[in-house]
Design a protein around this ligand. Structure first.
Ligand code: SAM
Length: 295
């Protein structure tokens, strides 16, 4: 079963807001929010350089946090990954942009080189925003960048972001925990080369939700592994593709059919695999059937 989350006006729906490009301007914030200030994100040019890791959220630019917007506003350099919406970069109008996802050979800059770049720019006196998709500390190598800054004696701060699992699940009206269906949720990376050696025992099954990042190309092997680990082949699961972005899709299927469903529906990255009973909740099913549009 699959549906596109983009909505047509002829279809019955309960709620639909659609991905928005227009963002709430900060002046509309309450005085209390305006008054909040993180210790490092102070207006004006810093006496010495610093690095701020900022989570850009799962895709939709209006899922940026107020603190992220504030950090971008003081940036003099923005070092960013690919697939960051230009509307997000526009919050740093005065900053030099460095896209570390694009080089002539189309490979991402090696992590060591990114670490060195952050340290060098900060040492040169810049306020460096390291802008990353989702949350910097969820499969984002943010820990390595913080370590590099600390080791180099460079001031560093982290601004959390809405991780893809949270954004995509919300868009699909799929609660990752639910009193009736799941009291725990786990995030794992599906890219591990030695998948069969990974110990996922206990992460999926009755009362548990498993969210797999970067697992689309390995979906078949992942399903085989989970079934070999004892999960029922008819365990419900879903693929959340392009969560919070235009053209978002939800594919619901059973574990034994997961790999086939990914191929049949031509699912491409970015996408998440969600394993567990929450994927067949009433609201999630309604989204899939096109009764509710959610983005
Ligand atoms: C390197 S990880 C980065 C995760 C990020 N730090 C976060 O917190 O969401 C990239 C993976 O996140 C997932 N992802 C990112 N954006 C997504 C989106 N809009 N919809 C579904 N999955 C997404 C995909 O599994 C993708 O392969």
């Amino acid at each position: 079963m699959v549906t596109s989350l983009s909505c047509s006006s002829s279809r019955p729906y309960v709620a639909f807001t659609g991905p928005k490009k227009a963002l709430l301007p900060l002046p509309h914030c309450t005085a209390d929010i305006r008054g909040m200030q993180s210790p490092v994100i102070a207006p004006g040019r810093a006496a010495s350089g610093r690095v701020i890791l900022v989570g850009a959220g799962p895709g939709a630019p209006d899922l940026l946090t107020v603190r992220a917007v504030r950090a971008l506003a003081v940036a003099t350099v923005v070092v960013h990954d690919g697939l960051i919406d230009p509307a997000v970069l526009d919050f740093a109008p005065g900053a030099r942009r460095v896209d570390v996802s694009k080089r002539r050979d189309r490979h991402t800059l090696p992590q060591d080189a990114i670490n060195a770049l952050l340290v060098a720019e900060a040492r040169a006196g810049h306020t460096v925003i390291r802008l990353k998709g989702g949350d910097p500390f969820i499969f984002g190598r943010g820990g390595e960048e913080v370590d590099a800054c600390v080791a180099a004696g460079v001031a560093v701060e982290v601004v959390p972001g809405v991780s893809a699992a949270l954004g995509a699940a919300a868009g699909a009206l799929m609660p990752l925990t639910h009193r009736d269906h799941a009291s725990s949720v786990s995030f794992v990376a599906g890219t591990c080369q030695n998948l069969v050696e990974q110990d996922w025992a206990g992460l999926a099954g009755k009362g548990r939700t498993l969210v797999i990042y970067m697992g689309v190309t390995n979906a078949n092997a992942i399903a085989d592994k989970l079934i070999a680990d004892g999960l029922a082949p008819d365990c419900p699961c879903a693929v959340l593709e392009r969560g919070t972005l235009p053209g978002a899709r939800v594919v619901r299927t059973l574990l034994a059919d997961l790999g086939g469903a990914v191929v049949a529906h031509s699912v491409v990255s970015p996408a998440l695999l969600v394993i567990g009973d929450v994927t067949r909740g009433v609201a999630a099913a309604a989204v899939t059937e096109g009764l509710i549009c959610a983005c």
